[in-house]
Design a protein around this ligand. Structure first.
Ligand code: SF4
Length: 260
C-alpha cells in the first residue's frame, strides 16, 4: 500500500537543523499549537502543503545519504503524522546508514514513545516555564484550559526522551513573553523539579534568538531580532543552572555557539 504525507518542503543538505551536523531536513505540515511568533506560520496552519509519497521522500534521502549525517523531520508538528512517519523512518533506516532525528513540541507523548526506539536525536521545544500555565498559553497561542491539559503531556515527553542518544532542548526568546527570567526558569524546572536525567551520549540546551522571519504573524513581524549579546548572556545564566547539559546559544549572526 502506498503511503503519503502532508509535506511543507525539504532541503537536501542543511547545516542548521541538527547541531554541528549536516541533515536532510523535511518539514511536515500542520501544527496543534498556534504560537503567535511562529516562523513557519503558513506551514503550521496547513496553508503550505503537498501530498507526497513516502517513496518519493525515500528516493531523495537515499540520493542525499552520502552527504548527510542525519535525516531530520520538523514542521509544523511532525508527530501529528506519527504513524506514517514511523514507516518512513523504518524505510530510511533500512535503506541508508543515516541517523534519524525529530524536532517536536512534545505535546504527543504517545507518538514520541512509538518513534523513540528509531531515533538518534530528538530536539524538543520547551517554550516557556512549565509551571506557568498562563504564560505557556500565551506563548503557544492556546487557551489556558487547553494548555493546562497539554503541560502534563510535555512533562511526560521530557521523561520519554531522556534515553535518546542525542537530546536537545530548545527555548526561543519571545519578546515580552520569554526573556532572561523565563529561560532561566525553564532551565531550573528541568534541573530541580523534573530532575531530567539525560542518559544518552549527549544532552544540549540551546537558547535561541527571536528572529522575525518573513511570514511571522503581524504582531511579531515588526519586533527586532534579539541582539546576540543578550542571547549569549541568557545562555551564560542557563549554564550556571544546568549541570548535566552542554549549553549553546543560536543566532543568525553567530550561528550555534557553545557556552560550556
Ligand atoms: S509549535 Fe512550532 S510550528 Fe507549531 S505553531 Fe509553534 S512555533 Fe509554529
Amino acid at each position: 500500500m502506498k503511503l503519503w504525507m502532508l509535506v511543507g518542503g525539504w532541503v537536501e543538505t542543511s547545516l542548521v537543523d541538527v547541531l554541528e551536523h549536516v541533515s536532510f531536513t523535511l518539514w511536515l505540515s500542520h501544527c496543534n499549537f498556534k504560537c503567535p511568533w511562529c516562523s513557519n506560520w503558513a506551514m503550521a496552519r496547513g496553508l503550505k502543503k503537498n501530498i507526497v509519497s513516502l517513496d518519493t521522500i525515500l528516493k531523495k534521502v537515499v540520493n542525499a545519504a552520502p552527504f548527510i549525517d542525519y535525516f531530520h523531520v520538523t514542521g509544523g508538528e511532525p508527530t501529528l503524522q506519527y504513524k506514517t512517519l514511523y514507516e518512513l523512518f523504518k524505510k530510511i533506516r533500512r535503506s541508508t546508514g543515516v541517523l534519524l532525528s525529530l524536532d517536536t513540541n512534545g505535546s504527543l507523548p504517545y507518538a514520541l514513545r512509538k518513534l523513540l526506539p528509531l531515533l538518534d536525536h530528538v530536539a524538543m521545544d520547551v517554550k516557556a516555564p512549565l509551571g506557568d500555565i498562563m504564560k505557556y498559553s500565551r506563548v503557544v497561542g492556546l487557551s489556558p484550559s487547553l494548555t493546562r491539559k497539554i503541560i502534563p503531556l510535555i512533562r511526560e515527553s521530557l521523561k520519554i526522551i531522556e534515553t535518546v542518544p542525542f537530546l536537545e532542548i530548545r527555548t526561543t526568546i519571545v519578546p515580552g513573553l520569554v526573556e532572561e527570567k523565563e529561560v532561566v526558569e525553564v532551565a531550573r524546572f528541568l534541573h530541580k523539579e523534573l530532575k531530567l536525567k539525560p542518559r544518552g551520549e549527549r544532552a544540549v540546551f540551546v537558547v535561541q534568538q527571536f528572529i522575525p522571519y518573513e511570514g511571522v504573524p503581524k504582531e511579531y513581524s515588526l519586533k527586532p531580532r534579539t541582539p546576540p549579546s543578550i542571547v549569549r548572556e541568557i545562555a551564560l545564566k542557563v549554564a550556571e543552572v544546568l549541570e548535566e547539559f552542554e549549553v549553546y546559544y543560536r543566532t543568525l549572526e553567530d550561528g550555534s555557539r557553545k557556552i560550556k
